[in-house]
Every structure is written in C-alpha cells, then in structure tokens.
Write a protein that binds this ligand. Structure first.
Ligand SMILES: [Zn+2]
Length: 394
C-alpha cells in the first residue's frame, strides 16, 4: 500500500469542543461559575495538548454538574484526544487505557470505539478489535475506513486464531501453532539482528516493541489472495513474515525481515511523511545487509521501459499490473537511495529523514541536504543511472 495503514486509519479529531454557556444558563445555579471556570480552563489545556490537565478540569466540572451533557462530551473528547496522541507515538497500550476511560463516560461513541479498535488491532488483540469495531459499525457504518478495517480484522481473525505470542527484547512475535519452534527462534534471531543493523544504518532505534506476525506459507498466501507479495503493504504497522518451507528460502525470509523492519524505522523517524520511492529504496537498501543487490537484474527492465523519471514513479506500486515494471520501480527506488548515499552519505540520508519527520516536504528536504533543487536532483540521478547501465537516450 502506498501509505501505511495506521496513518490512514487514524481519524483526525473532528469533535467540536463546546465552549459556551449562555449567561442565562450560567446564573441558573450557584455552581455554574465554578463549572464554567473549570470547563474553560479544560478547553485551554486541551488546545495546548495538556491532556492530563484538561481531563482533571473537565472531571471537576463534571463533578459539580454531573448532568451537563456538554461537559461530559468534553471529558470524553479529552480522553479520546489523549488516546489519539499516544497512538500516534506508537504507545498503543496506554492509548487503549485512555479510549476505555472515554467509553466509561459514554460507551456509545462510534469514533472512540473505532479508535479503540485500531489500538487493539495494532496491539495484536484481534478479537477485541473485532468486538469494538463491530459495535462502532452498528452505530455509524459510514465512518471513513471503518468498514475496510473491520473486513481486514475479520480476515485476520481466521488466520490468527490460536496464535502464540512471545516477546523478545524489541518485538512481540506472534505465530500460528503450525510454525515449528526452530523456525520461530530462527526468525527471532534475525529480527533482533535487523533491529541492530538497520538501527545503526539509519541511526534510529525504536523504543516501542514492534509486532511481528509469522505465517506459514499457506496462511501468508491466504492473506495475500492472488496478489503478488508486494501488494501486501509496505508496512502496515506490523512486520509480516512468511515462514520458509517450499516457496521461500531462509535467505529470502531474512531479506523480508530486514526490508519490513526498515519500513518500521522509516515510519518512526518520518512519522509517515515519506514518499514511497524513498521508503522502498531504503527498505531495499536494508536488504543489502543480508545479500547485496545484484544491479544487473535491473538492466533488462531498463532495456524494456527506459529510465522512468523520478516524477513519474507512482506513490503506489500495488496498482502496477506488470511484474517487470513493478520490479523496476523497486529498482529505481533502490538506485535513488544509492545515489543519495553517494552524494551525501549515510548522515545526509538520515538528515533527509529527520526533515521529513518535521513535516518538511521532500523537495525542500532534498534541497536542504543536497544543496540543489528537486528537478536537478532528479536529472542528475537519471544521468547517474544512464551511465551506470550504459543507457543512451532513445
Ligand atoms: Zn517495501
């Protein structure tokens, strides 16, 4: 998928904060002034992302005026927004707590239920996720993305029934019982290795554990349907790995691990603000730690398609029907990263990612780090590729 699923599923907070009491309402009760004060102060704090402070204020207001629906609503919003904030930082367990508290005050909030479902999903509590998402769906079937996530969860519930769960230093490894124990420990070893090596490459170490789901080849195929494996997701918040049996070699599995884990790190640094070519380029580059890419592989595809200019590289590879063209898009992504590394080294690449994490657009990040505008960068990269593969204008 072009953008990772979590980012896409997170919904912006569209609730309206109720801030005004009419004067008549205000003088109706002697507590009104206190209630008003707490409510206003809560709203201010919420605006400044002081979630705890806001929650305390709304709780006080609620205490003095328990029947006031607007205050109750603000309290629910404060908990929800706190959960949303934690969720974006990848702190799913804490986010779940906040959403549950919001639902304690009002159990019928479809948006909060939806958010809670996502948090459960990210924490690999698939059946709990299904429960709350179904509830949300009954209340508000039209929430954007809800139906899609519910379908996805329903599909995964089947596959993920009876999974065993085990935690390593940096991962939560989930696998079906059909996966032999020696395969699990093999993959665990390489996950931790990827953590170290990709971490060193990008100078970034995830502080939150990443969920890695191990599938037997049959289960993996079932999840994919008839689609080629690159359509799975670039990284949907979980590292998904098939366990080698017939189709994949151990080496390929280790490449999957490095590739997918690199996506996890890129997402963490850039907070999802990363163009697909850079994201895939880095993930493919990470595979070099397992076995270096053999560049000749791309030559035939350049022969067939020519060099696809950077501007024409789509932001979604899953739509590409032709396997060869899709492979070329990965190849070009890889070569773009190779070019960046040649020009500005690892530290330059890391700097670009850091800029992206500060919401700087890629064109500006390139300009800042490579000292040339995006078009010149694209042109020089193309020349580099043409020289490397001896491709001449046709
Ligand atoms: Zn990828």
């Amino acid at each position: 998928m072009a953008r990772n699923v979590v980012e896409r599923f997170l919904i912006g907070i569209t609730f309206i904060i109720f801030s005004l009491f009419s004067w008549q309402e205000l003088i109706l009760s002697s507590n009104k002034e206190i209630v008003y004060k707490y409510n206003q102060s809560g709203i201010e704090k919420l605006k400044n992302k002081d979630f705890r402070g806001a929650i305390n204020d709304f709780k006080m207001a609620h205490f003095y005026d328990p029947s006031n629906k607007k205050i109750l609503n603000n309290l629910v919003i404060a908990y929800n927004n706190y959960g949303f904030y934690l969720m974006k930082k990848g702190e799913f367990t804490q986010a779940i707590e906040k959403y549950e508290q919001a639902l304690y005050y009002d159990p019928h909030r479809p948006y909060v239920l939806y958010n809670l479902g996502q948090a459960y999903y990210m924490n690999q509590n698939i059946s709990k996720a299904r429960l709350v998402l179904e509830k949300a769906y009954k209340l508000a079937p039209n929430i954007k993305g809800l139906k899609r996530l519910l379908d996805k969860v329903n599909r995964e519930v089947e596959v993920e029934k009876g999974l065993t769960r085990l935690e390593t230093m940096h991962f939560i490894v989930v696998s079906s019982q059909s996966v032999p124990i020696e395969k699990i420990s093999y993959i665990r070893t390489y996950l931790e290795e990827a953590y170290g090596r990709v971490g060193m490459f990008l100078d970034h170490y995830l502080t939150k554990k990443v969920v890695a789901v191990l599938y037997s080849e049959a289960e993996y195929d079932k999840l994919l349907g008839n689609k080629p494996h690159w359509t799975m997701a670039i990284f949907d918040g979980k590292v998904r790995i098939p366990v080698s049996k017939f189709k994949y070699s151990n080496e390929e599995v280790v490449r999957f691990i490095y590739h997918e884990y690199a996506h996890a790190v890129v997402r963490d640094i850039t907070k999802g603000n990363c163009p697909l070519w850079l994201n895939e380029g880095i993930a493919c580059k990470a595979e070099d730690f397992v076995t270096p890419h053999r560049g000749e592989r791309f030559a035939a595809y350049f022969e067939k398609f020519g060099v696809v200019p950077l501007k024409k590289i789509p932001n979604n590879f899953t739509q590409i029907r032709d396997v060869r063209l899709a492979t070329l898009m990965y190849g070009e992504s890889y070569l773009l990263v190779e070019f960046i590394l040649r020009e500005v080294g690892q530290s330059g690449l890391r700097e670009i990612l850091r800029y992206l994490g500060q919401k700087v657009p890629i064109t500006v990040a390139i300009q800042k780090v490579l000292g040339r505008d995006y078009n010149s960068f694209a042109r020089q990269w193309e020349e580099y590729v043409r020289r490397k593969y001896s491709i001449y204008a046709r």
